[in-house]
Design a protein around this ligand. Structure first.
Ligand code: GTP
Ligand code: MG
Length: 209
């Protein structure tokens, strides 16, 4: 039998700042991990689940809930300190052209210039997998950046609780094939995948699992 993985306990989590322009954010106090993906994919819910704080990030069943860059600082029981950044989602249909352009500027400005950024979690709904928007985002993330050099991209397939247990593995395989990398399957409802994602994040920010 495999040993149970000890739970990553978050002893401190606080909202630090929110802004539509990354230059208005205070400088990073810790290394940062950003969470990007289509509107409604479950970014804010996943953050709450990772941080063990139910309502710290606002979530909604209506797409377009998060409209600015929101930075959170956290400290884990083992001393790990990291910043999490909840990004507004893309692909939100009701936006005007101007709003879409502003969104792109906001996200790209942050991703290009934030000195503390070490990893970006790209979230896809496990049932939809990787689509054009995610490919464009990953291509963009692979471009050389001004501030923080090489950053890790971690693919996360959300809402796995929406699939039956037997359908999860084959569906995650489909996502993996389309993306070329193994996704972390996640459910913000049950916490499935939480330790795997923490371990990937830990590796990306401090180099050990
Ligand atoms: P934007 O802020 O609009 O970009 O959306 P978001 O990606 O932050 O999504 P959010 O976390 O607000 O969640 C959107 C909806 O999906 C909400 O109704 C959540 O309750 C639901 N949801 C999120 N994660 C899960 C999950 O793991 N399982 C299930 N069943 N529902 C989820
Ligand atoms: Mg959100």
């Amino acid at each position: 039998m495999s040993k149970p993985v000890p739970e990553t306990r978050v002893v401190h989590a606080e909202f630090v700042a929110g802004a539509v322009d990354s230059t208005q954010l205070p400088p990073s106090t810790h290394v940062e991990v950003a969470f990007a993906g289509r509107s409604n994919v479950g970014k804010s819910s996943l953050l709450n689940s990772m941080m063990q704080r139910k309502g710290l990030c606002r979530t909604s069943s209506t797409p377009g809930c998060t409209r600015q860059l929101n930075v959170f600082d956290l400290r884990c029981a083992d001393g790990l300190e990291v910043g999490f950044v909840d990004l507004p989602g893309y692909g939100w249909a009701k936006r005007s052209k101007t709003e879409k352009a502003q969104w792109q500027q906001m996200i790209e400005g942050y991703l290009k210039r934030r000195a503390g950024l070490r990893a970006v979690c790209v979230l896809v709904d496990v049932r939809r997998g990787v689509e054009d928007e995610e490919r464009q985002l990953v291509d963009f993330l692979r471009l050389p950046r001004e501030a923080s050099g090489e950053g890790e991209i971690i693919l996360v397939a959300t809402k796995i609780d929406k699939l039956s247990v037997s359908a999860r593995k084959p569906q995650l395989e489909i996502v993996k094939k389309a993306a070329g990398v193994k996704p972390v399957g996640y459910s913000a409802e049950t916490g499935d995948g939480r330790e795997e994602l923490w371990s990937r994040i830990r590796y990306a920010v401090v180099g050990k699992a």
